[in-house]
Design a protein around this ligand. Sequence first.
Ligand SMILES: NC(=O)c1ccc[n+]([C@@H]2O[C@H](COP(=O)([O-])OP(=O)(O)OC[C@H]3O[C@@H](n4cnc5c(N)ncnc54)[C@H](O)[C@@H]3O)[C@@H](O)[C@H]2O)c1
Length: 261
Amino acid sequence: MRVDLNGKTALVTGAARGIGRAIADTLAANGARVAYTDIAGEGAQQAAADKPGCAGRRMDVTDAADIEAAIRWVRETFGGLDILVNNAGVNTTRNRVTLDQFPKEEWDWIVNTDLTGCYQVTHAAAPALFDRGGGRIVNIASVFGLVPARLQCAFVAAKAGVVNLTKAMALEFAERGVLVNAIAPGSIPLDSPQQQLFAGKDPLMKDRTEAMLAHIPLHRFGTCQDVANAALFLAAPENSYITGAVLTVDGGWTAGYSRDF
Ligand SMILES: NC(=O)c1ccc[n+]([C@@H]2O[C@H](COP(=O)([O-])OP(=O)(O)OC[C@H]3O[C@@H](n4cnc5c(N)ncnc54)[C@H](O)[C@@H]3O)[C@@H](O)[C@H]2O)c1
């Protein structure tokens, strides 16, 4: 899909790698000047380096002072802001345990990053969007924010929060011309070793991979580009009447039971 984002500036959080990187690259490829931000500042700078008109810097979405400084930098570097993509997010890798055993510090880390981070960055960036007379916000939630899974209580709670926060933002910002939507990705394998397990690249995980795929009507995992294409549409001027929506990008996973009864 091609849209014309020339003259638009976008800020993407968690843009050093994975889904955020794909979204930032796709917005840039469609003409936007993109501020690549990430807690991994060097990674954000490297990701932006070969994109004309783009730049990168560190921004930790859990750190209010860091966020304020980054938004100032965006205004100074790009002259304003039209599109905000709240993508930065974390989930538990070690502690796949039931809630009674789930460590408080792990809960705080995930909720602070995935939910409070979305609030904090939007709180700081919204005036820049208002100054432009409107814009687009895309929040990256998860299918687990719609239908929870076991053993990741903080993530499912935080992402459910992102879903409802998106709708509240849409209600509040409509009169300012800012359209706010969420994307709920399904399973998007990345390059990390742990994620590769689920991509079926490890023979030991074949059964588990097949079990996961059995729940996905399109019978494949998603890609970062699948999510980026959805973000591009929601961020584009062509999206002029969708706000407060949650777009699942999950191969049909949450459409219903992918089995016959
Ligand atoms: N990959 C999936 O299957 C999947 C599924 C559903 C939702 N998501 C969501 O998609 C988003 C992107 O995740 P991903 O899969 O690309 O993961 P990822 O780990 O590859 O990328 C996340 C990025 O966020 C950055 N980040 C982490 N903490 C941060 C902080 N405090 N401040 C700023 N940046 C921070 C990381 O450095 C990293 O670059 C997340 O919100 C995630 O919850 C992913």
